[in-house]
Each structure stands twice: as C-alpha cells, then as structure tokens.
Design a protein around this ligand. Structure first.
Ligand code: BJW
Ligand code: ZN
Length: 261
C-alpha cells in the first residue's frame, strides 16, 4: 500500500530543498513535546479558565494577581523545559538556508531561541519580559516562581507581562517583518498552531494569495487546512526531523542563503 505520509514528506522535502524563501509560523503545538501546555484542547486549561478569559487587559485590570498567577505557573513550567526535536529541526533549517528562511512564532516561551534559531520574529511577545503599566519601562526577569505577585515597577506601578493580549496590536516592527516575509515566501509552513488567532493566522493567507505553497504540520485538523498543498498529520517533533533527513539526502543541499527576507 502507498505510504501517504512518506510520499507527502518526500514531496515537501523536495519543495524545501528548492526554496530559498521559506517562512515557518509556529504555535503552541511545537512546544507541546517540551511538556508546555497548549492553549486550546486537552491539557490547555489552567484552573478551568479558557485563555481568552485571562489573556486580555480587562481581566488584568480586574484581577492582576489572578492573571499573574497564570503567567507565574506557565513561567515555572517553561523554565524547567528544554527545546525538543521540532525546535532543533527548525534551527537546522535556518543553518542550511540562512536568510532564505525566517521563523515567525506566536509562542512566548523562548524555546526556539534556546534551540539556536536567530531569525525569529516573536509576534506575541516574550513571557520573560515585563512592562510597566505606567512608565512603560521594559525589563527582563527570569525568576520563576516570582517572589511577589503581582510584581511592581520601581515607579511603584503594576508591571504586566510583555505579551500581546486579545484586542491588542502586535508589535509594529515584528508585524511588518512578518508581512513582508509572507508576501515574498514561496513556501509557508504552518506548524503546531490551531490557526484561529488573527492576525497571525492571516499570514498564511497572505502568503498563499501571493503564490506561496502552504504546508500544515499538526496532530489535528486546523482552521487553514484548506489552503494547504500538504497536510502532514503528526507531531512536529517527528515530522520536522524526517523532512530534514530527506532534505539533506537529495540534490541541492546547502544552496540556501542567497535570497533574503
Ligand atoms: C501539535 C502538537 C504536536 C499539539 N505537534 N502539533 C479577525 C478575525 C477574527 C478575529 C479577529 C480578527 N482579527 C482580530 C481578531 C480578534 C483576536 C482573535 O484572533 N480572536 C480569535 C480567537 C477569534 N485577535 C486579537 O485580538 C489580536 N489582536 C488584534 O487583532 O489587534 C487588532 C485589534 C485591536 C483592537 C481591537 C481588535 C483588534 C491579538 C491576539 C493575541 C493572542 N494572544 C495569545 C496570548 C499571548 C500571550 C500568552 O502566551 O499568554 O496568543 S492567545 C493564544 O493563542 C496565544 C497564542 O500565541 C495564540 C495562538 O494559539 P496557538 O499557538 O495556535 O495554540 P493552540 O493551543 O490554539 O493550538 C495548538 C495546536 O497545536 C493545535 O492545533 C494542536 O492540534 C497542535 N499540536 N501538539 C504538532 N506535538
Ligand atoms: Zn514604572
């Protein structure tokens, strides 16, 4: 019987080999194999709260301590986690392709940086960043758990996590970089994201409309499977290394780096 997964992996590997304008958009699923809970679906809940109930300014203004408790819980999990095979495979694609590859991530956990990726655009901020709600000062703090909840700035105002909540704009420079890369992409990989949160998910639509071929790598169906030429159903930590094995065994290995995002 034809092994559908193997032939999809072969075909996507060939596209990866040929392309020098590759964009990957990752979501919580890529960090799931590092034991970091996703937002939606099984294991995504904290004390029965949906992420939409906590990841917004109104919730923070109403009960900053509750929202900080959620972030403190997540910071504790992330500080004990290590990058997995999926993160490392994406770092390896960057080594091979140079400026012909860029990684856009919705994740705030920093595991992709720790895996060695340098061309990373953080669309939803950074969980280790804190921003003063009054003076705007941004600091980095890796303490987990935090000694005092909620934390305060030296100006005595409340600090908030340096992340993007619902109803808030994405950081301008990161957003511009992401849109430009997506418009130029010829191959767009949607990895471990449910693709329901906008405007990040719309980047795949932007790339597709501009002519990019789209691949989805996910355990389950996603909101944007219809855009995809390849839907690889499985874990990112298994599929991404397999793509690379294929990629390095075919012709054209290492010819990346000539185009830029
Ligand atoms: C695996 C796996 C394995 C598991 N291997 N796969 C247009 C249309 C509709 C709505 C909107 C729109 N434009 C704006 C909106 C509103 C809103 C929105 O999108 N809402 C939708 C939910 C309906 N968007 C916004 O508000 C955004 N801002 C904005 O648009 O500004 C303009 C504006 C201003 C003023 C008013 C209105 C608009 C901001 C969105 C910010 C999202 N923030 C969060 C929290 C970040 C900080 C934090 O981490 O705490 O970002 S919410 C949360 O969702 C987080 C994630 O980055 C994001 C996406 O989730 P992700 O990564 O996809 O995770 P999951 O859990 O959903 O999926 C995991 C997937 O992995 C699953 O598919 C699994 O199957 C898979 N998986 N294991 C492979 N091993
Ligand atoms: Zn301050």
């Amino acid at each position: 019987m034809l092994d559908v997964m193997s032939s999809a992996i072969d075909s996507l590997s060939a596209a990866l080999r040929k392309s020098n304008a590759i964009v990957a958009l990752t979501g919580a699923g890529i960090s799931a194999e590092s034991s970091i809970p996703t937002f939606r679906g099984a294991g995504g809940l904290w004390q029965n709260f949906q992420p939409e109930q906590l990841a917004n300014l109104e919730a923070f203004e109403r009960d900053p301590r509750l929202v900080w408790e959620w972030y403190d819980w997540r910071r504790g999990i992330i500080s004990g986690a290590e990058p997995n095979r999926g993160h490392r495979a994406l770092a390896e694609i960057e080594r091979r392709k140079g400026s012909g590859f860029i990684l856009l991530t919705q994740n705030v956990d920093g595991l992709q940086d720790r895996a060695g990726s340098r061309r990373v655009v953080k669309l939803h901020g950074d969980i280790w960043q804190m921003r003063c709600t009054e003076c705007g000062t941004v600091t980095f703090n890796h303490e987990a758990p935090l000694a005092v909840l909620p934390p305060h700035c030296s100006c005595h105002a409340l600090l908030r996590p340096g992340v993007v909540w619902f109803g808030e704009s994405l950081p301008e420079l990161e957003w511009q970089r992401a849109v430009e890369a997506s418009q130029r992409a010829d191959l767009f990989l949607l990895i471990g994201t449910s693709a329901v949160v906008y405007p990040a998910a719309g980047l795949a639509e932007t790339a597709h409309q501009a002519g990019a071929r789209v691949a989805v790598i996910n355990l389950e169906t996603t909101a944007l499977d219809d855009l995809a030429e390849w839907t690889l159903r499985g874990s990112a930590g298994q599929i991404l290394p397999r793509l690379l094995e294929q990629e390095s065994s075919g012709p054209g290995f290492g010819e990346g780096g000539s185009s830029s995002h």
